[in-house]
Design a protein around this ligand. Sequence first.
Ligand SMILES: Cc1cc2nc3c(=O)[nH]c(=O)nc-3n(C[C@H](O)[C@H](O)[C@H](O)COP(=O)(O)OP(=O)(O)OC[C@H]3O[C@@H](n4cnc5c(N)ncnc54)[C@H](O)[C@@H]3O)c2cc1C
Ligand code: FES
Length: 586
Amino acid sequence: FKHTFSEPLVPYGVVELTLLEKEKEADVISPNGKASPFSDCRPNGTPGHCSDEDVSGILRPIHKPRDYVEASVCHVKDLENGQMREVDLGCGRALLLKEHGEFSAIAHKCPHYGAPLVKGVLSKGHVRCPWHGACFSIASGDIEDFPGLDSLPTFQVRVEKDKVIIRANKQALQSQKRTKLMSKCSAVINSSTSFSHVLIIGAGPAGLVCAETLRQEGFTDRIVMCTMEKHHPYDRPKLSKSLESTVEQLRLRSAEFFQNHDIELLTEKEVASVDVRTKTITFQDGLKMEYRKLLIATGSRPKPLNYKGKDVENVFYLRTPEDANNIARLVSNKNAVIVGTSFIGMEVAAALTDKAHSVSVIGVEGVPFRKALGEKVGKAIMKMFEANRVKFYMLNEVSEMRGHHGQLKEVVLKSGKVLRADVCVIGAGSSPATSFLKQSGIHTDSKGFITVSKTMQTNVDGIFAAGDAVTFPLPLRGNKKVNIPHWQMAHLHGRVAALNMMGRVTEIKTVPYFWTAMFGKSIRYAGHGEGFDDVIIQGDLDELKFVAFYTNEEVVAVASMNYDPIVSRVAEVFGSGKTIKKRDVE
Ligand SMILES: Cc1cc2nc3c(=O)[nH]c(=O)nc-3n(C[C@H](O)[C@H](O)[C@H](O)COP(=O)(O)OP(=O)(O)OC[C@H]3O[C@@H](n4cnc5c(N)ncnc54)[C@H](O)[C@@H]3O)c2cc1C
Ligand code: FES
């Protein structure tokens, strides 16, 4: 079937099921019991490592000898076990690794943002990226933990007369990344069918990775993903760091990608309610769609702030590319006020310093990030901002936004202080976007988070939830139910949900990993530091070159700046199930 992506699947009202009712009722979705499109499936169903061109139904490309390059890259003794080295093959570089006496070679750049993997951590069959913690199998190049959507190409290695020789496909060497093999939809449906085997609400990373994983694992039934936004999935974290980025630049996948892999995307379609009894969702416009399995991945919404003067213009919550672009456009040589010292608020403040005439930050705490990173780290970051002309008004709140001809002119604080302002950005936290689930029977906690099991299953059979909108049991913290609103976590949730939808029971197992970036410097963070009672700092806070260990009895989280790859190294220790005692760090 073919479907144009900007087009909604009309008309929902006229339900014309071309699927057999019997098929619709069957409860387990598997790759249809049909022969897998993959001849080289491994036990966990992950397809082997080939290029995107190998997609089922399309002829595998025939590689000719001239498509390959072969080079002797070092002597066998040049690398010890556990070491990595970037090597040059003449027409591109590869990462050579040695573990247990065996050599292997993979692409050298992380497909997420291009980090040099040689600076990451090699451990127990995988490499962890030094920047944001993505993990790749050294045997297959497959992505095992996130962020990022793609995997790595692998290259053949052999040893001849004590020389290590790599043979690599030139194209793979150039692209440095590999999209996993994916199946296509073979269900007989036409575009007016208002039933989907899998329906995904939300086109953020949780929704997208769920859809991609289903196709990667050989799922050949219909997948429909809907979003209330008008865009295809995009890189949300970049919004607050690079406000001028266009939607095109932010896009995670092209329109052709969705078309080629039969992932239908309905844009500007807000879900108003879910009826779990009839397995139907209703959109805001009244149209309906039935599902067999449902994923709710609706993320979060900015928390509205209470103040006088709500109708004044040029006050923003940053959520979409339009918000970011408007802020960047309006702020040139003007006065900007940021309300809230959340990561988003602080990133925006940093991004505006070279555009705005002045940047002021208002915070309710004494120090930014005190709760998340501790007082000392918070103070060091505050100093970095002050050195970059940012003025802080801490232990303060906004009482009024005053305008002139409807446009913002002043921000009035509860202390009585009046700040000149032309643009204001509010970054004062968020809450789960789950209000449409009221009365649905899908369980949410007192804050509105959907509660899920380790398999991302809600209390209703066949309904899964993932990403910012959920609380889930975190094995790392004794299965405590937590909400972790991170880009990496949303990816992983999406994958775990997809595998469980297909009946492949998979429990979440990961080390939470987060990053934030300001003034060209990144803070990396791994673990779950909630409730830490001490912080052990090594390095130099004044120089902004440090690592901070958050502890109770033991280390529960780590953060660093200019100290790579310490956070990825600690994440590896956490991931292996070992604990780090406070005294080990001291
Ligand atoms: C400005 C900004 C910067 C960030 N920076 C970082 C960072 O540096 N590092 C990091 O780890 N994390 C960062 N995050 C957090 C990260 O973006 C989130 O953790 C992640 O996007 C969550 O993914 P998700 O799939 O759960 O939901 P989202 O990405 O929030 O996507 C939710 C989707 O659901 C759709 N939706 C919501 N309600 C409905 C409805 N009723 N009907 C239909 N569709 C609906 C939305 O349109 C959207 O498509 C940042 C977030 C923001 C806003
Ligand atoms: S660059 Fe590797 S995880 Fe981001």
